[in-house]
Design a binder for this molecule. Structure first.
Ligand SMILES: [Zn+2]
Length: 84
């Protein structure tokens, strides 16, 4: 059966960033963990006590996987960055 899953084992599980909903200042961007964003939000609220709402943006990469017997299963996936 055809399926879909993470892009590759080498790709990050997620890339994360927070933005303050009041002033739109943005946190650093990190792979695989939101620890930096949580610390950033707490420090941001510490500097701006009225700024308590944040938007988390999460970016993930997925790839479709043709099942055995699907003619597209014979076509190798492109190398990173290559376009088809
Ligand atoms: Zn703010």
């Amino acid at each position: 059966m055809d399926g879909i899953g993470r892009h590759s084992p080498r790709s990050p599980a997620g890339i994360f960033q927070l933005a303050c909903m009041t002033c739109h200042q943005e946190s650093p961007v990190t792979d695989n963990s939101t620890t930096v964003q949580q610390d950033w939000a707490l420090a941001h609220t510490g500097r701006h006590p009225g700024h308590r709402g944040f938007k988390l943006t999460a970016e993930t990469y997925w790839r479709t996987v043709p099942a055995d017997g699907n003619p597209y299963a014979e076509i190798p996936p492109p190398a990173n960055g290559e376009q088809h």
